[in-house]
Design a protein around this ligand. Structure first.
Ligand code: FAD
Length: 445
């Protein structure tokens, strides 16, 4: 999906172009079968205010779409109104105060390019076309997030159209409970964020990555090693492993250790990645690259070209884990053996939150993260694998301490994504700001 530039219109069910206005928002090529009654393609904040007032007056529930990258297509709901915010995609950077204001429809990659011009950094999502709106609201595991925190922790303010059509600002000193809720409630947020105010960071001077690829027969050894070294890996490194049936360089089922690094010098990067060089499994790698300098923009675009293919019907699910590795290993072996064809993949991520978190709705995370992405391109594969991610996460439920909303699958498998105390508080804030339930909550409700 590219940044939306055409003038927005309003479509009702049955109008020519209605289906395209609904499904064209979605990164996922799946048709979820759901349809709103009306789609409003907002051009500006005034359109949003008018749309929310109209929905309130006519009893329509409101669903929202910024970049349309929800794997579960949470942005396409049954009945009511969809407000497409992709045209609210302005980006403005103030270098002196190290802040930016961005519209919810801005693409993560465009935000990165804009702040880079000022030598600054924001932890946007790993794929170029992810919308900043949905990404920031669900928490935001972005580039360098182990070092600079979740992306939502760098949101210092939001401008929100509330259920009654009022436009308000929220920060840590004004409507603070609204900002608290916006940092982590994701697709359960109860207002339209029309502008995010971001705190920017110093840009790491060296960005690059190192890759190692192992054949699947080494899975057990690789995971025992990864589990052992993970806690001591520098927060500047994103230590992740991807199971791929067409693994890089070997075009056969394998485990790709992909380790991007954001550091202040090449020397520092090489040092941070040295755990990949001399260890008990490195000699089993089919191949290993040196530390390759690469811009974030290029990494984001390459990821989308190789893994996140367009015209693919995606079914995703995930879980956080903090378990001993041994009982987990047979499960990892099973998901590796049963995983659907490329571009389907499995992500294991070393997370180890290292810094204390901001007080915010986001409250469930753990030492490692596992996400399954079935990316299906033929009807036969869809028939066979459409429930694979859900079924496998269900089978591994005992290892899970909760899920991340980024890859949520709540419509098929309800799971815990906030602490009980935060869910209780969030429900109270929601009841105060959206007492009649104008906005759709998460799909499991
Ligand atoms: C290829 C790909 C790569 C990804 N990489 C990452 C990653 O690196 N890190 C990560 O954390 N996540 C990642 N994600 C997950 C992504 O962050 C979430 O799916 C996020 O919701 C996408 O935001 P969006 O605006 O594009 O989605 P949308 O589908 O438009 O929005 C999702 C939901 O968020 C809510 N919402 C969106 N905009 C607003 C708004 N302005 N006001 C109020 N509510 C709103 C709505 O309920 C909506 O249904 C990735 C997803 C994909 C498809």
């Amino acid at each position: 999906m590219h940044a939306t530039t055409s003038q927005g219109r309003t479509f009702s069910r049955g109008d020519p172009g209605f289906d395209e206005a609904v499904l064209g928002t979605s990164f996922n090529a799946r048709d979820p079968g759901r349809r709103p009654e009306v789609v409003v393609q907002a051009n500006d904040v005034f359109d949003v205010v008018a749309a929310v007032k109209r929905a309130g007056a006519t009893g329509m529930k409101v669903g929202l779409c910024s970049g349309g990258h929800s794997w579960a297509q949470n942005h396409i709901r049954n009945g009511g109104m969809m407000i497409d915010l992709s045209r609210l995609n302005h980006i403005s950077v103030d270098e002196a105060s190290r802040t930016a204001t961005v519209g919810p429809g801005a693409l993560g990659g465009d935000v990165d390019a804009a702040v880079q011009r000022h030598g600054l950094f924001f932890p946007v999502a790993h794929a170029y076309t992810v919308g900043i709106g949905g990404f920031l609201l669900q928490g935001g595991f972005g580039w360098n997030s182990r070092a600079v925190g979740l992306a939502c922790e760098s949101v210092v303010g939001i401008d929100v159209v509330l259920a009654d059509g009022r436009l308000v600002h929220a920060s840590e000193t004004e409507n603070a409970d609204l900002l608290w809720a916006a940092r982590g409630s994701g697709p359960g947020f109860f207002g339209v964020v029309v502008r995010f105010h971001l705190r920017l960071h110093k840009r790491p001077r060296f960005v690059g990555l190192k890759i190692q690829v192992f054949r699947m027969k080494h899975l057990e050894d690789v995971f025992r090693w990864a589990d052992r070294v993970g806690p001591s890996v520098s927060p500047k490194v994103e230590f992740q492993m991807v199971f791929n049936r067409k693994a890089m360089g070997i075009s056969a089922p394998g485990i790709e250790v992909v380790a991007p690094v954001l550091a202040d010098s090449r020397k520092e990067a090489v040092e941070a990645l040295s755990f990949l060089k001399k260890n008990e499994v490195s000699k089993k790698a089919s191949f290993s690259t040196p530390v390759i300098p690469m811009s974030l923009g290029r990494m984001m675009k390459t990821g989308e070209k190789t893994l996140f293919l367009k015209n693919t019907r995606w079914f995703a699910d995930n879980m956080w884990m903090d378990q001993p590795i041994e009982p987990l290993i047979p499960n990892l072996r099973r998901i590796a053996d049963t995983q659907p064809p490329h571009p389907s993949h499995i992500l294991w991520l070393n997370w180890n939150p290292t810094t204390p978190r901001t007080d915010m709705a986001f409250s469930v995370e753990d030492r490692t993260y596992l996400a399954l992405y079935a990316g299906l391109r033929t009807r036969e594969d869809e028939e066979r694998y459409r429930t694979w991610a859900t079924d496998e996460m269900q089978r591994m439920q005992a290892f899970s301490t909760g899920i991340q909303l980024a890859d949520e699958n709540l419509g098929n498998r309800p799971a815990k994504f906030l602490s009980d105390a935060n869910m209780q508080r969030l429900n109270a804030v929601r009841a105060a700001y959206d007492p009649t339930g104008v906005f759709h909550p998460w799909m499991d409700r």
